[in-house]
Write a protein that binds this ligand. Sequence first.
Ligand SMILES: Cc1cc2nc3c(=O)[nH]c(=O)nc-3n(C[C@H](O)[C@H](O)[C@H](O)COP(=O)(O)OP(=O)(O)OC[C@H]3O[C@@H](n4cnc5c(N)ncnc54)[C@H](O)[C@@H]3O)c2cc1C
Length: 263
Amino acid sequence: MITSNGYVFDMGPSWYWMPDIIEQFFKDFGHQTTDFFELVPLDPQFEMVFSDETIAVPRSYDKLKELFETLEKGAGARLDTFMQSARHKYDVGMRELVTRPCYSWLEFATPAVIRSVFKLNLLSPFRRYVARYFTNHKLKALMEFPVIFLGASPKNIPALYSLMNYGGYVLGTWYPKGGFHELVRAMKTVAESKGAQFNTGCNVEQIITKNNKVTGIVVNGEQLEFDFVIGSSDYQHTESLLDASLRNYGEHFWEKKLLRPLA
Ligand SMILES: Cc1cc2nc3c(=O)[nH]c(=O)nc-3n(C[C@H](O)[C@H](O)[C@H](O)COP(=O)(O)OP(=O)(O)OC[C@H]3O[C@@H](n4cnc5c(N)ncnc54)[C@H](O)[C@@H]3O)c2cc1C
């Protein structure tokens, strides 16, 4: 974030989808979002620029349906069907999938997931799924857009992720007044109230291990011991801090990967 002449410029994120997730974070600690900042719904949510026109995505779902109907006859009603399914995936996905620690695939085999395995469209590619509902190329682009935030291509990602369309177009696009940094500040305040200590400007140079267990890190040349270490930098970089024999993937693996940003 930089400030100039009283204006605040976010250098990274500026708005967010799925406000219920952030609300739940604050609720877990006896707070609510409004204790820290005002959350402004954006209307239009954003604009999509095509070579011949710019389409503004309205906040109101009814207006969104009208927009779809204008571009393609019957698309308004099909949007309803699409979003009903997307809502189901959002409910199951957020409750049953996203919150798992990911130690094993078996964590995802919960009764709710098994019951809805076909409804979740785990095996249909997203692009083909969208094409089942809409033929207009602008509507297809609009509906494929949300999964780009996962760093994925609509061609390859499963249609389960239409949950993103529900999280974005139905739940809306929200702007923390004062800039995204207000959210960072709020989370830091909550963490500090629980005893967390923040040390910024520290470069982690190495993750130390003993008998295949992480025991600490080297920061600015100093060895520090910890019971647990959580690495939140990207996977490739985090692994590069471990001894080469303990990495899951070698240089050869990463050379073949296309790394993309995600939200
Ligand atoms: C221009 C831009 C606009 C965006 N707009 C949006 C938006 O509007 N809404 C949205 O939801 N998302 C947006 N995103 C995406 C969002 O910023 C990212 O998804 C998010 O920041 C990822 O968070 P993270 O904690 O996983 O990783 P990061 O934010 O990358 O955090 C990782 C941190 O680890 C630190 N680090 C790495 N290696 C080390 C080391 N060895 N030692 C010490 N520290 C280390 C890094 O300095 C960094 O601070 C945007 C991104 C960009 C670039």
